[in-house]
Design a protein around this ligand. Structure first.
Ligand SMILES: [Fe+2]
Length: 509
């Protein structure tokens, strides 16, 4: 076996050599090599490499005869790797994201926008199965999660094991404990968080439906007693900085067409960008303007909206928007995604604003239209995640510690919770979405910057070195906002110095 792998250009560590020697199947070895070549440049096959790529190779074992399947299972269990070769075959990883290189050397990664079709329960099942697999891959590398096992492998009473589960139910018992219904790809179970562990209990209160977490626990298949909860989390270790001094501006929620659209202030902002007001040298160094959705107010978005519209025709709203954006100097690259008020489907991922309603935008050479959400990589090395934020209201409602700490004043607090969960809408009910084999709301790449809209208040913060930039708006308080008590803070524009990472909030009110 060793010779076989060496001839193919691969080395094996001791554990994997033992594995392949026991399996004695060159055909399987050959297929695994092919799989590995597809997913990585790695040439040393170790246990941890196999662990990380298990879901990509395990279907190789599905066709084995029963005896050999047993060898594989026994071996993997001994290595404390969870292999699933008897279950339904995994959905093959599909390339469902498009990479586009746009003008100004922006690299844009768009989610695959599935054309309209009838969505079945099966589509949601696949969506969650694949979300589970992707988040599990992150969690299984976490050192806190010792003795990882799957639910169907828990026999008898166990101490100090870990499971990676999706939360399918959560309630408070008569004794004031939190009882979770959990599931993985092998089965379902119950997990209890005792109210006598106050620190853990506080953490557990924030668990939301459908999210995927690691649980450190003891107990049996019938009842697991949780000792700790591990979220997938996101962190950046290298604080990227541009070599040259240049700036990025962030805004959202223009709501052009609304009778509350603050056109004069927006024009003042454009004049400032164009160097017509208080001209400072930094103005010349502005390179990007991100507009994170709700670019127009739209029509028919909510009952009675027509009474609050200055422009009642959606095409005319986009015409006006194009006229305004057209005034911005051409060396600034504008990157713009839609929000719920734009003329695209509400279900996420939202496609780019189309030329059916917004053809004048297509004449602007310095405008790049992107999906919501979307990753944009800048030549300066920064990866920007743009997400308008339709899920925020649901997320605020679901997470107790968030709900009780004024998130509408500090929208970046919501973004922190999403990064912790590596998902832009963790619960099925957080947002309207189209299920996809590649979950487009999973935070697959850890961004350097997350920029959002929706809450109509500018707020900046950072989370594990990820810059969080929530945007203000260009619309006065609407009757709806007044009714629910949300105080917008319009006309504030965060400006990021990509060389120093310093952020200033400009005020055009
Ligand atoms: Fe908005």
């Amino acid at each position: 076996m060793l010779n076989f792998f060496v001839k193919k250009g691969f080395l094996l560590d001791e554990q994997m050599l033992n594995f392949f020697s026991q399996l004695r199947d060159k055909e399987v070895a050959e297929r695994i090599i092919e799989k590995i070549k597809n997913v990585s440049n790695e040439r040393i096959i170790t246990k941890s490499f196999i662990d990380k790529n298990l879901n990509k190779i395990q279907d190789v074992f599905s066709s084995l005869e029963e005896e050999k399947k047993k060898v594989v299972e026994r071996f993997f269990v001994n290595l404390s790797l969870n292999i699933e070769i008897r279950k339904e075959s995994y959905v093959e990883e599909k390339k469902e994201e498009k990479e586009e290189i746009s003008a100004n050397n922006l690299k844009i990664i768009l989610p695959n926008i599935i054309p309209a079709k009838k969505i079945s329960v099966e589509d949601f099942v696949n969506h969650f199965r694949n979300r589970y697999i992707e988040i599990k891959q992150i969690l299984q590398d976490r050192s806190e999660l010792q003795n990882l096992t799957s639910l169907d492998k828990i026999h008898g009473q166990k101490q100090n094991i870990s499971v990676i589960v999706l939360i399918s139910g959560k309630r408070i018992t008569k004794n004031k404990n939190i009882l979770l219904e959990v599931e993985d790809l092998t089965g379902t179970g119950l997990a209890l968080i005792n109210h006598n562990k106050p620190e853990l209990y506080e953490k557990a209160k924030d668990i939301v439906m459908d999210e995927i977490v690691g649980l450190k626990c003891s107990g049996s298949r019938e009842m697991l007693f949780v000792n700790d909860i591990v979220w997938p989390n996101a962190a950046i270790y290298e604080k990227k900085k541009s070599e040259k001094e240049c700036y990025a501006l962030f805004t959202s929620d223009l709501h052009v067409g609304s009778d509350r659209f603050l056109e004069e202030n927006f024009l003042k902002f454009i004049d400032w960008i164009n160097g017509k007001i208080n001209h400072k040298e930094e103005v010349n160094k502005i390179k990007y303007l991100f507009i994170v959705g709700d670019t127009v107010d739209g029509v028919g978005i909510y009952p009675g909206q027509e009474n609050l519209l200055a422009i009642k025709d959606i095409k005319k709203q986009y015409e006006k928007l194009a006229e305004l954006l057209g005034k911005i100097r051409k060396d600034i690259r504008i990157v713009m995604c839609p929000g719920q008020h734009d003329a695209v489907r509400v279900a996420e991922p939202q496609p780019v604003i189309g030329d059916d309603y917004a053809s004048p935008l297509y004449k602007l050479k310095n405008l790049t239209l992107v999906t919501n959400p979307c990753y944009v990589s800048l030549v300066e090395g920064f990866n920007v995640l743009m997400y308008h934020g339709a899920s925020f209201h649901g997320v605020i409602n679901d997470i107790e510690s968030l709900r009780t700490s004024n998130p509408y004043e500090r929208p970046t607090m919501v973004v922190k919770e999403l990064l912790k969960r590596r998902h832009l809408a963790p619960s099925h009910s957080s947002v309207v979405y189209i299920p996809n084999e590649k979950d487009s709301l999973f935070i697959r790449r850890i961004p350097d910057i997350v920029t959002t809209g929706e809450i109509h208040r500018a707020d900046v913060d950072s989370y594990n070195n990820i810059l969080l930039i929530a945007n203000s708006c260009w619309q006065e308080q609407t009757p709806y906002e007044e009714k629910v008590g949300n105080q917008p803070d319009p006309c504030k524009v965060p400006m990021l110095n990509l060389k120093t990472r310093e952020i200033k909030i400009l005020d055009f009110s």
